[in-house]
Design a protein around this ligand. Structure first.
Ligand SMILES: [Zn+2]
Ligand SMILES: [Zn+2]
Length: 106
C-alpha cells in the first residue's frame, strides 16, 4: 500500500497566488494614508498673517492659492499652510506635503 502514497501527485493550487496579492494591497494603503496624531496637530503653531507681512504672498502648497490674510499653520519643518488646508491634509496622512516631514501617529 505504501507505493500508492508515493505516487500521489502534488501540485500548487492557483488560488494561493491570488490570496497573496490581495493580502499585500491593504497593507500598502495603510502605510501611505495614516492620519497624524490629533495631539501633534494641536501643538502646531497657528498665526494670522497681517498686512505688510511678506509671508502673505507665499503659496499654500495644498490648495495652490496665496496665504493672504488667512489663518496659517506652521509645520515643525517651518513649512506654512492655510490652517484649514493643513488640518484636512493631516486628517488623512501624517507627512508634510512639501518635504514629507513625519508627524507622530496615534
Ligand atoms: Zn491652502
Ligand atoms: Zn515641510
Amino acid at each position: 500500500m505504501t507505493s500508492l502514497l508515493h505516487s500521489v501527485f502534488k501540485s500548487e493550487p492557483m488560488e494561493e497566488f491570488d490570496n497573496e496579492e490581495n493580502a499585500y494591497e491593504p497593507m500598502e494603503f495603510f502605510y501611505y494614508y495614516y492620519p497624524a496624531s490629533e495631539a501633534a496637530v494641536e501643538q502646531l503653531v497657528t498665526n494670522i498673517i497681517g498686512e505688510g507681512n511678506e509671508a502673505r504672498n507665499a503659496e499654500c502648497s495644498i490648495c495652490l492659492k496665496t496665504l493672504g490674510n488667512a489663518e496659517v499653520t506652521e509645520m515643525p519643518c517651518n513649512h506654512e499652510y492655510h490652517s484649514i488646508c493643513l488640518r484636512d491634509w493631516l486628517s488623512t496622512r501624517n507627512t508634510c506635503p512639501i518635504c514629507r516631514h513625519v508627524l507622530p501617529v496615534d
